[in-house]
Design a protein around this ligand. Sequence first.
Ligand code: SF4
Length: 336
Amino acid sequence: MSDAYLQIDNLKTHFPVEKGILFRKVTGTVKAVDGVSLRLAKGEVLGLVGESGCGKSTLGRTVLQLIKPTAGTVTLGGRTLTDMGGKELRAARADFQMIFQDPYASLNPRMTVYSALAEAIQVHRKVPKAGLAKAVGALMEKVGLAARFMQKYPHEFSGGQRQRIAIARALAVEPKLIIADEPVSALDVSIQAQILNLLSDLTREMELTMIFISHDLSVVKHISDRIAVMYLGRIVEIADRVTLFEYPKHPYTESLLSAIPHPDPVRERTRERIVLEGDVPSPLDPPSGCSFHPRCPRREQVGERCSEEVPDLIEESGPGERWRACHLEPAPLRAG
Ligand code: SF4
């Protein structure tokens, strides 16, 4: 994608594993993120999915420089965040915000909604004190909350309302990029749909670029323009939403999709569930070659290459955009 607004190149986040109290000795490395490259256009929503422990949250935090990367670059609107430090990075932080699964992570329980939002507004805008209540009220209404509740504390709201306050707090600084890390996982299904609709409307209205992280492909489907599937620190498949759901090509994506009930009763009756062998391997000791090979139901079709050679993420032809990291020959299209 040539007109990338957010550009992530070969990003790596490795954590040393140390032993000993006095003489610390590095005994291994956890490669939580291992060479991720992504391009997002302005206003695009990218869904990032994978099982827990695959590195998606670490990738989100590394993109926002909450964790310093081991290698690679992140560029937002032409400015390289990975080159910034100290004051420059603090000033740039208003451009990118994170929404967490637990809204308490970003809300101070001792601050009223008014204080929390007014503080965030003042980071970015010079609003005179007399105009702050109006600005806070407008922000609350933007996320579907009545302005009359601004003097309440976070614990006086429901889980869904608290997530709306956390979203309002993130929006207060007028960011350009949002990373939402499992923002609806802790909510009831009926509330999940409301928060997804809200985020979808806000990204469109404000032309926000967003990475939406979730372990649940059916949640990501509703909000994403494109979807990236992650396994053990690497992206294994990226495609636009329709292509990925209709024609999954990576065996890991196929298995994730096979777990989702199909809304069409005819296709649901013939849905084949692909159950993977074993657990996700430890990122401390990832398998050789394609790290999915010990669990891959299709590795017999390729042979030893799967355990010997790491597959590159390569663009493939076909309907829609698709990149895939797999040694399998591109197969004829098969609806998922
Ligand atoms: Fe399976 Fe081999 Fe493809 Fe990896 S490279 S996903 S092991 S077929």
